[in-house]
Design a protein around this ligand. Structure first.
Ligand code: HXC
Length: 510
């Protein structure tokens, strides 16, 4: 008996060594942790339950039958993060460069199937040279099996990808179909075709980092939702991020202990909006000041900075925030910010995360680049996403809410539940100057007349009361009491229920 136990322990020990001490040392030299070290940091201590530790590939070509490391380059199983269940896979670069074989894919598929059945999120730690070259089409089939599961699990359980090394070729499409992608700076990259192919085909000379590093994907392509300096920080932030997420589409938002009174007032908010309507202010300040313990997990912080998205908590419960940022492009809606916010709104709606929308928007960004780029279609994404979302929706207009952008930014008309405005709100078809110049074109030669007309328009429309008179705004609130008002609004909406007519699925403008 004893010998059998010892044999098991020995086999386990061999499996834990992955590709061997030499390759582990190489991994460390690159500043990267091993697949198992990463899981130790991601999961609660001692919570990891591993599956398929002894799975080995079945390839017999290229002498592979002589080299069959236990586990086949990926560590899979489940564990907990602050006590809440999560399924995980962590690719082991020390085993055939973390490349994906038929059996490696089967291990990932197994835990994805379990995650869907048992209603827990999946976090994938990606560090892989792509398709296992020795296996050919069997490896491609394995990728497709994972892709199919990514799609089937979408909207059922949250899926998060952390890119911690190479992720190239068709392999990028599994993370691309998950809900969030985060990257580690300087040690991870994602591209469909690498620098060598790019050079051959287009003559462009570009490094892997420029083509698909964290900076590129967080600021240019928006493929990634955030990046972190190293493995340790990335894994710590994943634990923080995970705490905001529901476990599945039926579970509702997590409730965490909080130490911040819902009634807390903040007098500094009364002077947040400058007297000069053309002067910017930082909307992030409002978000921080109304959130529990001033804690905001921002997503896509370096892309389309005219729109802020991310998670906060109100009375311990997760809320998704969508906010115009007047500091950048005056908070205008454009193609990038519309796409960014639309996808976020849809994630929140899929997982029953209530939405708080903070509005200061002078309209859509004008210009040929926007029109040629399809702002009509991309702007429609955000309009569509807000309108179809059935989660509790609360909107606060702090200053400008002009034109179509007023309608789009979770207005009462497209289904927001509670709409508040600060006394500084200006809800109108457009700014007073623009409006006057169109209405009184014949008087443009007379500056005094135009100034008087502008003043008149401002007095009439540059306020929240015209909208409030019609009930489009439920209440004009004091800025200092915003936290209390939105906490109470969400509390009142906890039992919100919407019945929808049957449809197979919608047809959002993609
Ligand atoms: C099998 C692989 C491998 C792969 C790496 N290795 N990639 N084995 N299949 N795809 C092995 C290497 O042979 C090596 O084995 C070990 O992993 C580490 O690789 P190195 O090259 O020494 O590491 P490094 O210098 O850090 O370079 C990493 C790398 C490079 C950039 C990822 O290995 C690389 O270019 N690999 C090939 C990438 C690729 O073309 N993959 C296919 C893409 S197409 P030893 O024994 O020496 O340690 C694809 C299609 C997916 O993925 C389609 C889905 C639909």
């Amino acid at each position: 008996m004893r010998t059998v136990l010892e044999q098991l322990e020995q086999r386990r020990e061999d499996a834990r060594m992955g590709g061997g001490a030499g390759r582990i040392a190489k991994q460390h030299e690159k500043g990267k942790l091993t697949a198992r070290e990463r899981l130790e940091l991601l999961l609660d201590e001692g919570s990891f339950e591993e599956y398929d530790m002894f799975v080995a590939h079945r390839c017999t070509d290229f002498g592979m039958e002589e080299n069959k490391p236990a586990g086949d380059g990926v560590v899979t199983g489940w564990g907990t993060i602050n006590g809440r269940m999560v399924y995980v896979f962590s690719q082991d670069f020390t085993v055939f460069g973390g490349s994906l074989s038929e059996t490696h894919a089967q291990k990932i598929c197994k835990i994805m199937d379990m995650a869907v059945r048992n209603g827990a999120p999946v976090i994938g730690l990606n560090d892989s040279g792509g398709a296992r070259i020795q296996e050919g089409v069997a490896s491609l089939a394995g990728y497709a099996d994972v892709f199919l599961r990514n799609v089937k699990a979408s909207g059922v359980v949250p899926q998060i990808s952390l890119i911690m090394g190479p992720c190239a070729g068709g392999a990028v499409y599994s993370p691309a179909m998950t809900d969030f992608i985060f990257m580690v700076e300087d040690s991870s990259y994602m591209f469909v075709t690498g620098p060598d192919v790019v050079k051959t085909v287009t003559n462009e000379i570009v490094t892997a980092e420029e083509l698909g590093g964290a900076r590129t994907h967080t600021s240019k392509s928006s493929v990634a939702d955030g990046s972190f300096a190293n493995d340790v920080e990335a894994l710590a932030q994943m634990r923080r991020f995970f705490d905001y997420l529901p476990l599945n589409s039926r579970d509702g938002v997590p409730e965490r202990p909080f130490h911040d009174a819902a009634e807390r007032i903040d007098n500094s908010l009364d002077t947040l909006v400058p007297d000069n309507p053309n002067q910017p202010y930082d909307m992030r300040e409002l978000i921080l000041k109304i959130s529990d313990e001033n804690d905001f997990f921002e997503v896509q912080a370096n892309f389309a900075k005219n729109m802020l998205i991310g998670f906060c908590r109100l009375e311990g419960r997760t809320v998704g925030i969508v906010a115009n940022q007047p500091m950048v492009l005056a908070g205008c809606l454009d193609i990038d910010s519309s796409r960014k916010a639309a996808r976020f709104v849809r994630f929140c709606d899929a997982f029953d995360i209530p939405l708080l929308t903070l509005v200061d928007v002078p309209g859509f960004l004008p210009g040929t680049s926007q029109e040629y780029g399809g702002i009509i279609k991309h702007g429609a994404k955000l309009l569509y996403a807000f309108a179809e979302a059935t989660v509790p929706k609360v909107t606060v207009i702090t200053r400008k809410a002009y034109g179509g952008a007023y309608d789009v930014m979770s207005s009462k008309h497209i289904g927001a539940d509670i709409n508040y405005a600060w006394p500084t709100a200006e809800i109108a078809v457009m700014g007073a100057k623009g409006a006057t110049e169109i209405l009184y074109r014949s008087e443009l030669g007379d500056p005094d007349k135009i100034a008087a007309r502008t003043k008149n328009y401002e007095d009439r429309f540059a306020n929240p009361f015209v909208a409030a008179e019609r009930g489009f705004i439920d209440e004009v609130i004091m800025p200092h009491s915003t936290r209390r008002r939105v906490c109470r609004a969400f509390a009142a909406l906890r039992n919100k229920h919407v019945d929808l007519p049957y449809k197979k699925h919608d047809n959002i403008p993609l």
